[in-house]
Ligand binder design. Structure first.
Ligand code: CA
Ligand code: CA
Ligand code: CA
Ligand code: CA
Length: 243
């Protein structure tokens, strides 16, 4: 008599493979005005093990909640508002972990560069400047240097100045504003009998396209520097005895 029996030998998979990213470091650029939910790139790691031993789940470390990775697909997207002026670069750690027991994991670096958008209007250091000038002040004299700040990058933050409005008006010009330095100069002799006070509206524009300037939206008061030039009367001095 003999009997046969079938012996089934099952070779069970051992979680002996660590997930492997296609790159050690990934880079991506995103505009600072990109909307939440926008997909940036898909990261992928491979794990040749079977079943749960090869089933990868992705996660992110760092990034201050501004980025999200889909745990299954590895797609990275924007999860919060960005501002290049606050933070221009994020370095995140991406983790790929299989579901074996124990689990094995690998990491890669994801560098996110936040690119600039011209989203800041030049802002004057003061809402109003005042200067008093003697009517005998010599032509060519620098009266004041205005300064407006614009934290954007490159031309988006390069400020130029001009006189937007002057009251009362004058022809030829009494004042000249250096467009790049913001220095206001006297270019005509003053006469206190004619005009006692000039009021200038000065504008600061950046070099972005389109350029952001202060002449359209009155609600942003800080875009203007209302500029008053008051003149001393020197009537009490000798040689200015008119009237
Ligand atoms: Ca594995
Ligand atoms: Ca910004
Ligand atoms: Ca700007
Ligand atoms: Ca900006």
């Amino acid at each position: 008599m003999s009997a046969t029996a079938t012996l089934l030998v099952q070779v069970s998979d051992v979680n002996d493979n660590v997930p492997k990213f296609s790159e050690a470091e990934y880079q991506v650029e995103v505009s600072e005005t990109e909307s939440v939910g926008k997909s940036l790139l898909t990261l992928s790691a491979l794990d040749p093990d079977e079943g749960v031993n090869g089933r990868i789940r992705y996660s992110l470390r760092g990034g201050e909640g501004r980025f999200f990775i889909d745990p299954v697909s590895g797609m990275v997207s924007v999860a919060g508002p960005l501002d290049r002026e606050t933070k221009a670069e994020y370095s995140l750690l991406v983790v790929a972990e299989d579901q074996g027991r124990p689990a094995r994991s690998a990491t890669a670096t994801l560098l996110v560069q936040v690119s600039d958008v011209n989203d800041n209007v030049p802002k004057f250091s003061e809402a109003e400047y005042q200067v008093e000038v003697s009517e005998t002040e010599s032509v060519g004299k620098s009266l004041l240097t205005l300064s407006a700040l614009d934290p954007d990058e490159g031309v988006n933050g390069r400020v130029t100045y001009n006189i937007f409005q002057q009251s009362p008006s004058s022809d030829p010009a009494v004042f000249e504003l250096d467009s790049s330095s913001g220095t206001l100069r006297l270019v005509q002799a003053l006469d206190h009998n004619e005009v006692k006070e000039y009021s200038l509206k000065v504008q600061a524009s950046d070099g972005g396209s389109p350029s952001l300037v202060g002449n359209v939206f009155n609600t942003f008061g800080e875009r203007y520097a209302s500029f008053t030039v008051g003149m001393n009367s020197l009537w009490s001095l000798p040689n200015t005895s008119e009237t």
